[in-house]
Design a protein around this ligand. Structure first.
Ligand code: HEC
Length: 158
């Protein structure tokens, strides 16, 4: 695996619940392997404590390909139906006031931060405070949601 392909971890504890991060470290997601066998409960808490010290805006290392407009439009309709109750304003606002701590994250930079495989797994299997909302979606529907998230993602540098 090439070095430096993972997302920036600055501010990660402000975007995600401790359970999301614990699950990510133990089970992996997308292209990141899990480290279940090698991390004790104490190791996990020490890693979390370290991640809490990483503040500041994240940097980005991906530029998504422009999405197919028809797929993005289908994805937007599906997003309204299935995602917008928590990821407010089409994913442009954090889900403040919905009882999530930290709030359900803004999704405008997903495709610059994460691989499609990571995002697809979050949709299908959930993680942390998000349940497996999209467990019943077809591959084509997940691809449409990714096209919508890609349309939300700016293509310019930070
Ligand atoms: C019931 C509320 C809820 C619904 C509905 C929901 N989400 Fe989430 N989502 C969350 C929360 C809360 C998190 C943060 C998880 C955590 O950190 O514990 C999250 C995290 C994510 C992430 C990971 C963000 C990142 O940067 O790592 C993605 C991607 C995502 N959601 C996409 C979706 C999509 C697409 C849908 C619709 C198919 C959806 N969500 C539906 C609450 C929800």
């Amino acid at each position: 695996m090439a070095p430096g392909i993972g997302p920036s971890l600055r501010g990660v504890t402000e975007r995600h619940s401790p359970d999301f991060i614990r699950q990510q470290l133990q089970n992996g997601r997308g292209d990141m392997p899990g480290f279940q066998d090698r991390l004790s409960a104490e190791d996990l808490e020490q890693l979390l404590a370290y991640l809490r010290t990483l503040s500041g805006p994240p940097s980005f290392n991906r530029t998504p390909a422009p999405p197919d407009p028809a797929a993005a439009a289908r994805g937007q309709a599906l997003f309204r139906e299935r995602c917008e109750s928590c990821h407010l304003d089409g994913g442009r606002q954090p889900g403040i006031g919905l009882g999530f701590e930290p709030p359900a994250p803004i999704l405008t930079d997903e495709l610059r931060r994460h691989t499609p495989a990571f995002i697809a797994r979050q949709i299908r299997e959930g993680g942390g405070q998000m349940s497996a909302i999209g467990a019943d979606l077809t591959d084509a529907q997940v691809a449409d949601l990714l096209a919508y998230l890609s349309a939300l993602t700016s293509r310019e540098g930070p």
